[in-house]
Design a protein around this ligand. Structure first.
Ligand code: COA
Length: 260
């Protein structure tokens, strides 16, 4: 697939995907969602890629939401389909990816933009970032998982208020609520993401994959997170990474994980 609305840079086993529609504040139209799906899928399959960073181009926006011009005339059926397909192809897909995904929120993260950041495994914001789910101001609700993931991250009461008021939260408030892990200047945003990504990439990618699955299991209504953890823990014992990690510790050397 030829990418028109995103580009990918890769260095030291870390891939950065940049959503590149700055004139539309990187709004997620259908094409961009399809490109992101392909990019995430291909990078996840590539064993050389240890961490993925997702960000927006320009200094103003991460993503200012789903592209309103594309769904303004939709019927009930089309609306339902839009949410279902979007959740499947991008938002649930990213959350369940076993390659770690960090959202570098470099400006507005609104609607689908915040939902994409919340689907990522964790978030780091620049100090000009503004986050919100303004859908009720358009007569609709968040449809890409926002009503579920926002309460998981900041608590039900805060999420209720944020969604009902359609208000925006600044980066420092988001840090206080646990929506983002760090707030830094715009210049420092990607360097910090790369630094954390590099620390992640030194660890066992297989163990990280099991950890992501076990953590996510606890947030699924039909799965027992503790039982998933037991299975995943056991599975680690059958991996080359486990042999290497434990041997390296006992031999007092740095582990060099084969990723298998
Ligand atoms: N969908 C489609 N286009 C969008 C968009 C979106 N979610 N967000 C911004 N854009 C477009 C604008 O229409 C404008 O396009 P134009 O220059 O062709 O008119 C361009 O991006 C720049 O946006 P603009 O509104 O002029 O920038 P601003 O600095 O005045 O305001 C925002 C920035 C983010 C506050 C404002 O763009 C906004 O409220 N966007 C919609 C946010 C939203 O409701 N998202 C949830 C969607 S479900």
């Amino acid at each position: 697939m030829n990418f028109e609305n995103i580009y990918i840079e890769e260095e030291n086993n870390i891939a950065t995907i940049t959503i590149n529609r700055p004139k539309k504040l990187n709004a997620l139209n259908k094409r961009t969602i399809a490109e992101l799906h392909t990019a995430f899928k291909e990078l996840d399959r590539d064993s050389e890629t240890k961490v993925i960073i997702i960000t927006g181009s320009g200094e103003k926006a991460f993503v200012a939401g789903a592209d309103i011009s594309e769904f303004a005339h939709f019927s009930v059926k089309e609306g339902r389909q839009l949410a279902a397909e979007g959740q499947k192809t991008l938002f649930d897909f990213v959350e369940n990816l076993t390659t770690p995904v960090i959202a570098a929120i470099n400006g507005f993260a609104l609607g689908g933009g915040l939902e994409l950041a919340m689907s990522s495994h964790f978030r780091i914001a620049s100090d000009n970032a503004k986050m919100g789910l303004p859908e009720v101001s358009l007569g609709v609700i968040p449809g890409y998982g926002g009503t579920q993931r926002l309460p998981q991250l900041i608590g039900k009461g805060r999420a209720m208020e944020m969604i009902m008021t359609a208000g925006m939260m600044d980066a420092h408030k988001a840090l206080e609520c646990g929506l983002v892990n760090y707030v830094v200047s715009q210049d420092e945003l990607l360097p910090l993401c790369l630094k954390i990504a590099s620390r992640i990439s030194n660890n066992s990618s297989i163990a990280i994959k099991h950890a992501i699955n076990a953590i996510n299991a606890g947030f699924k209504y039909d799965v027992n997170g503790y039982a998933s953890e037991i299975d995943a823990f056991g599975d680690c014992f059958g991996t080359e990474d486990f042999k290497e990690g434990t041997s390296a510790f006992l031999e007092k050397r740095k582990a060099d994980f084969p990723g298998s």
